[in-house]
Design a protein. Sequence first.
Length: 210
Amino acid sequence: MVEGRRPRRPAMLDPRAADELPGDVDPALRSEVAHTTANAIVHQGRAAEDPEVVERLVRLVEAEGLDTVASMWADSPPTTLPGALWRLYVLREWVRRDPRTIAERYRMGVSVAQVHDVVAGVASPPGPSDVSRVVDAVLSGVFAGDLAVTLERGAAFCRVLATGAAHDADFVEGTDTDLAHRMTRGASGLVRTAEELEVAAGLWRAGRLD
């Protein structure tokens, strides 16, 4: 890219490239594609310094489809840039599809996980639009902020949600054991995601997240 020139539209993930990556593709090739696309998107977003470019990148899944993004990044380890990005985009997509439930779980978790709530930066008490704005702001930080702080903010958001989900599971356990178990597993998954994002933040600060 010519120095000083701003792209009119960010280079999004090419669905054709995803189609050319079958499930039994060479893992080294798949890893190379994941790293190349993740680095290109992050660096282009940061170099553009354009709010419109950042907005398009935040809405990447809506533009390209979750399956396309998954085919590129979902198999990447959490200790890599594509793996960290995948977790942030999945978090945003989850909130986008069910903001009301997320807001309710977040409210449940805030009373216990107040420190993480401060880091996440959600309005109190949060509504569906509040949690949606926060995950958009978190992803914006990937392209226009300190990536380590962004990853830690995403991790804090996950920890508050995990606490809320665990409390919700306790509440429904007496009437629906299966649902309570699913919610407990979901809470455990959120804690694991939070831990992965925190590790990724440390790697970024050390210059080892690629």
